[in-house]
Design a binder for this molecule. Structure first.
Ligand SMILES: Nc1ncnc2c1ncn2[C@@H]1O[C@H](COP(=O)(O)OP(=O)(O)OP(=O)(O)O)[C@@H](O)[C@H]1O
Ligand SMILES: [Mg+2]
Length: 282
């Protein structure tokens, strides 16, 4: 082979080598490109997530501000209402008992009472973090609360049945808060059994999760419509007649249970009755 053809052969080899390297580089570039694309997609997804969380945070802070506003308005309304109520009482005392104006005064008085209840519930609902935790005997708290509203059950011909497991341990809880929950559940049960019935109260260690104490309230009342069941714990949801319910009772119960790291669950069957189950950590 002469010198010229040797040079040509060497150049050809070099060219083939360069082409091969070029192809490898292109493949590498394509791989990096698709990696980049995947990263961009991931970044976009994360971006959307951040946007959703930011929106949720905004909503939560707006809700918190609204709650505080409602609480301060409710608080400020208390004083003028008390004044009006005292004035009505004094007016009523100044006129004779059979005066026709007494009826109007009575209506004003009832309406003031209704506003007071609403304000009290609003304040209870927005009050948080003021709980006083101590060791509490759940059954004793139940009995204590029952004593407070026993007249209501008697008037409505409602029988109370108790099934308390023996030797239950005490729990760390705010007794006032627990009583508030029980009162709300008792009054709801009463309202659900206008013709009388039975309220069964069970207290036991949760057989599935022995870290919890379970408290169940089963009534034989009217029950809850399936479509309403998911809404009953929403603030202001009520099926009761005007003047009767504010729709805050169960919302307050849920709030208090959350503060105790507990759970509240409701099952119901129309015409058969409702069971409210509470779970509190031991
Ligand atoms: N034990 C029950 N049986 C049937 N329905 C119930 C029972 N408990 C609650 N409910 C339904 O859930 C709704 C909401 O209850 P919640 O206690 O929050 O408000 P309320 O009783 O209507 O008013 P409030 O408690 O503020 O006076 C009630 O209006 C009722 O329709
Ligand atoms: Mg209620």
């Amino acid at each position: 082979m002469n010198e010229r053809s040797e040079t040509i052969l060497s150049l050809k080899n070099q060219l083939a080598e360069a082409l091969k390297r070029n192809r490898l580089l292109q493949e590498e570039l394509a791989a990096t490109n698709s990696g980049l694309l995947a990263l961009t997609l991931e970044l976009e997804a994360k971006n959307e997530e951040v946007q959703v969380i930011t929106q949720q945070l905004g909503q939560v802070s707006r809700m918190a501000t609204m709650g505080e506003l409602a609480a301060s308005i409710a608080h400020e309304l208390n004083n003028p209402l008390t004044t009006v109520s005292l004035r009505v009482e004094s007016l009523s005392a100044q006129i004779s008992a059979d005066d026709l104006k007494q009826r109007s005064l009575q209506i004003i008085f009832q309406e003031i009472e209704r506003m007071s209840t609403l304000i009290k519930n609003l304040l209870d609902f927005s009050r948080r973090g003021q709980r006083q935790v101590s060791t509490v005997d759940v059954c004793r708290e139940l009995e204590h609360t029952l004593e407070l509203i026993y007249y209501l059950f008697r008037k409505k011909r409602i029988t109370i049945k108790r099934a308390y497991q023996s030797e239950l341990p005490k729990i760390n809880a705010d007794s006032q808060g627990l009583q508030q929950v029980f009162i709300n559940l008792f009054t709801n049960a009463c309202d659900a059994m206008p013709q009388g019935g039975t309220l069964t109260i069970r207290v036991f260690i949760d057989p599935i999760d022995s870290e919890y104490i379970a408290i169940e309230f089963s009534d034989t009342g009217i029950g809850i419509q399936p479509e309403a069941l998911s809404k009953v714990m929403d603030p202001f949801f009520t099926t009761k007649l005007k003047n009767k319910g504010t729709g805050l009772g169960l919302a307050i119960c849920r709030r208090i249970m959350q503060e105790h790291h507990g759970l509240i669950n409701i099952t119901s069957e129309i015409g058969k009755g409702t069971t409210v189950s509470l779970k509190l950590p031991l």
